[in-house]
Design a protein around this ligand. Structure first.
Ligand code: ADP
Ligand code: ADP
Ligand code: ZN
Length: 216
């Protein structure tokens, strides 16, 4: 099963991807996480990507398509995968189709997570993750059960992304509307688009997504 989570920054893609992959045995492929790892490791890709990421712009199609093309060849992708944050342009969507066609595969569903822009700014400026296991939290919407301790691994170290500030968020939202929103009609036409209410609480969003997946 190949599923795309499509939605603006802060829509809840990463949060839901973690939950869905646990239940359905899919691997989560997050180009944002892969790019942040490349930036931290100061690889050639990371050095190129950093400037785009810091300013809220998209990294070039060539870079992200290359990353995904390599990643889906790995063994753990054989049972299917959940794409989080890719594709983000029509060129990426077309390249993905080509990569999949070559392997006799196709996109089974594109789940659009709809959230209004004001909520996105609140979600992103309050977001942080566990430095050890990457579990996501929020200052008010999703706190660890015990303050300052990760529910999942017990670590007491947390990170905030440098691009999760108000100014960059506004740029990222504009980028989403200009470059990524055109994917909605693209996938609608192919009959694979499923839209869910991303404004609902986290558990209800998971239920909506699992409903879509159970019908595939
Ligand atoms: P994305 O991967 O789409 O950028 P995240 O999954 O990182 O988004 O979510 C952004 C922030 O919003 C996180 O801090 C997360 O805890 C919080 N969040 C996610 N889903 C919801 C929801 N349905 N309601 C309220 N807050 C949410
Ligand atoms: P978000 O919280 O906005 O959903 P991501 O973690 O998915 O953030 O992405 C962070 C940044 O990484 C983006 O602002 C962009 O610069 C870059 N990026 C991630 N995925 C892609 C992609 N598919 N194409 C181009 N740039 C990407
Ligand atoms: Zn943790």
């Amino acid at each position: 099963m190949i599923v795309i989570l499509l939605g603006p920054p802060g829509a809840g893609k990463g949060t839901q991807a973690t939950r869905i992959m646990e239940k359905n045995g899919l691997v989560q492929l997050s180009t944002g996480d892969m790019l942040r790892a490349a930036v931290a490791a100061k690889t050639a890709v990371g050095i190129k990507a950093k400037e785009f990421m810091d300013s809220g712009k998209l990294v070039t199609d060539e870079i992200v398509i290359g990353i995904i093309a390599d990643r889906i060849e790995e063994d753990d992708c054989r049972q299917g995968f959940l794409l989080d944050g890719f594709p983000r342009t029509l060129a990426q969507a077309e390249a993905l189709d080509k990569l999949l066609t070559n392997k006799n595969l196709k996109v089974d569903a594109v789940i659009e997570m709809k959230v209004n822009d004001e909520s996105l700014v609140d979600r992103i400026t309050g977001r942080y993750t566990c430095a050890h296991c990457n579990m996501g939290y929020h200052d008010t919407n999703l706190k660890p059960q015990k303050a300052g301790v990760c529910d999942s691994c017990g670590s007491t170290n947390f990170n905030r992304r440098s691009d999760d500030n108000r100014k960059t968020v506004v740029a990222r939202l504009a980028t989403y509307h200009a470059q990524t929103a055109p994917l909605l009609p693209f996938y609608k036409e192919k009959g694979v688009l499923r839209t869910i209410d991303g404004m609902a609480n986290i558990d209800d969003v998971t239920i909506q997504i699992n409903n879509v997946l159970s019908k595939l």
